[in-house]
Design a protein around this ligand. Structure first.
Ligand SMILES: C[S@@+](CC[C@H](N)C(=O)[O-])C[C@H]1O[C@@H](n2cnc3c(N)ncnc32)[C@H](O)[C@@H]1O
Length: 389
C-alpha cells in the first residue's frame, strides 16, 4: 500500500467511517459511497474506509474478532498469518522465555501482535513504508512493541534481541517465489541468525525442499482444516525437537506426528484407502503414519495408504473401497450410470488426467453421489470407487 493511502487509512476520520460501514453488504457499497460523498466526505477518504471495512469483513475468519480493530491492506492480508497459527508461533517464544523478539518481516503485524499480547517485547521491522504505517497502528496498544520501517537484516544490529522470528515475503510483482533464495529476506540469511540468538523461528512455504532445513533444527509442517499453510523452522530454545513434525489443526482439535522420513512398504489394496493429510505428506512422515496405523502404500510412488481393517487417525481421511475399476472413461461412464451417480467427487494422485477433464466425459446422470479416486496400483492406472468412513 502506498504511503499516502496508508496514512489516510489510519486517520481518525477513516477509522471512524470504516466502523460505521461495518457489515455493509457489497450490494449497498455504490449507493452508500455516493451518499457519503454527498454528505461532504472526501472521495479518497470514503474509498479508503470502504476498502478497510470490506477487508476487515474478509479477515474475520482468519484473524478472528480482532480484525475489526486492525488497519489492513489487501496485499498485507493475503500474507498475514492466521490468528490461531500466530498464537502457536508466539507460544514457542513464550516457552523459550524470550524477552525481546525481532520480527524481521512484520507485514501488518499479526505475528508481532500475538507476541505482544503475551507481554513479550517486539521490535517489528517492515521494509514497505505504507505497510509499516499500518503495522504501527496495529501494534500501538502495546507499548513494548515498536515498528521500524527498515530493511531488517541491516537494522537488526542496532537492537539487542534474544530471539528472532521471520515470515519472509514469498511474493513479488512476478508472482509467488518457491525458491527460498528468492524469499525476502533470503531464507539462508535469516537462518544464519540462529547462531546469535537463544531462539529463532521462520515461517516458510510448505513446498520448502527438505534439504533447505539445516541439521539440528525442527521443521513443523502445519495444516489448517486440510490446507497446508506453512512449515515452521525452529532453532535453539524455540525448537521442541530435532527433525520433522506435522501439526494437523482441524476445527478445535490439534494433532501432531513426528519422526523420520523413511518410506512405507507398498502392498496389495485392502478394504480401506487412506489419504494422508497434506502436512504429513509434505513433512515426509507417511512412513511414520503407516507404522502407527499398520498401513501400507498402494504403490511405492504414491502417498495413498491402505489397510484391511478400519484405522481411526486424525492424520488421514479414510475411505472404504467399494470397487476397483480400470481408468477407462467408457468403463467408468457405464459403471456410474448403472449406479445412478449424478454427482462425483474426483481425487487423484499419480495420474495426469484431471477431474476437470474427466468429469464432463462421464456425462453423469442420477441422484446418487460417489467418490472416485484415480491413482496407480501395482504400477498400473486404476479408478477406485470409495465412500468416506
Ligand atoms: C509474509 S509478510 C509478513 C506477514 C506477517 N507475518 C503477518 O502475519 O502479518 C512479509 C513482509 O516482509 C516484508 N519484508 C520483506 N523483506 C524485508 C526486509 N528485508 N526487511 C523488512 N521487511 C521485509 C514485506 O514487505 C512483507 O510485508
Amino acid at each position: 500500500m502506498d504511503l499516502d493511502t496508508a496514512r489516510l487509512t489510519v486517520s481518525d476520520a477513516c477509522l471512524a467511517l470504516a466502523e460505521r460501514l461495518r457489515d455493509l453488504p457489497p450490494s449497498e457499497e455504490l449507493r452508500t459511497g455516493e451518499r457519503l460523498r454527498r454528505e461532504g466526505h472526501d472521495g479518497a477518504l470514503v474509498a479508503a474506509a470502504m476498502t478497510l471495512a470490506s477487508l476487515r469483513a474478509q479477515a474475520r475468519t482468519r484473524l478472528g474478532p480482532r480484525a475489526d480493530a486492525l488497519a489492513l491492506s489487501r496485499a498485507g492480508l493475503e500474507q498475514a498469518t492466521r490468528a490461531r497459527v500466530a498464537a502457536l508461533h508466539a507460544d514457542r517464544f513464550e516457552e523459550a522465555g524470550s524477552r525481546l523478539v525481532a520480527d524481521l518481516t512484520c507485514g501488518l503485524g499479526l505475528d508481532a501482535l500475538a507476541l505482544a499480547e503475551r507481554g513479550i517485547g517486539v521490535v517489528a521491522f517492515e521494509l514497505d513504508p505504507g505497510t509499516a504505517v499500518l503495522a504501527a497502528h496495529n501494534l500501538a496498544p502495546y507499548p513494548h512493541a515498536t515498528v521500524e520501517n527498515a530493511d531488517s537484516l541491516a537494522a537488526l544490529a542496532r537492537h539487542e534481541v534474544d530471539a528472532v522470528f521471520a515470515d519472509p515475503a514469498r511474493r513479488t510483482a512476478r508472482g509467488r517465489r518457491h525458491d527460498p533464495a528468492d524469499y525476502s529476506p533470503p531464507l539462508d540469511a535469516v537462518l544464519d541468525l540462529r547462531h546469535g540468538v537463544a531462539a529463532l523461528g521462520v515461517k516458510a512455504g510448505p513446498g520448502l525442499p527438505h534439504e533447505a532445513v539445516p541439521p539440528g533444527m525442527e521443521a513443523q509442517w502445519v495444516s489448517v482444516d486440510g490446507d497446508v499453510v506453512e512449515v515452521g523452522l525452529w532453532a535453539g530454545a524455540a525448537a521442541r525437537r530435532e527433525g520433522h513434525a506435522a501439526l494437523v489443526l482441524r476445527g478445535d482439535e490439534a494433532h501432531e506426528i513426528a519422526g523420520d522420513t523413511h518410506r512405507a512398504d507398498a502392498g496389495d489394496l485392502g478394504e480401506y484407502l487412506l489419504e494422508p493429510d497434506g502436512a504429513v505428506i509434505r513433512a515426509g512422515l507417511v512412513g511414520v503414519l503407516a507404522d502407527h496405523i499398520g498401513a501400507r502404500l498402494v504403490d511405492p510412488q504414491i502417498a495413498y495408504l491402505t489397510t484391511d481393517s478400519p484405522a481411526a487417525t486424525p492424520f488421514a481421511r479414510a475411505y472404504r473401497v467399494l470397487d476397483r475399476l480400470p481408468l477407462d472413461v467408457k468403463v467408468l461412464k457405464r459403471d456410474l450410470r448403472a449406479r445412478g451417480v449424478g454427482r462425483v467427487e474426483i481425487k487423484k494422485r499419480g495420474v495426469d488426467l484431471t477431474p476437470e477433464q474427466l468429469r464432463p466425459r462421464l456425462a453423469l446422470k442420477g441422484d446418487a453421489a460417489a467418490t472416485l479416486v484415480l491413482t496407480r496400483l501395482d504400477g498400473r492406472h486404476a479408478a477406485l470407487l470409495v465412500e468416506p468412513v
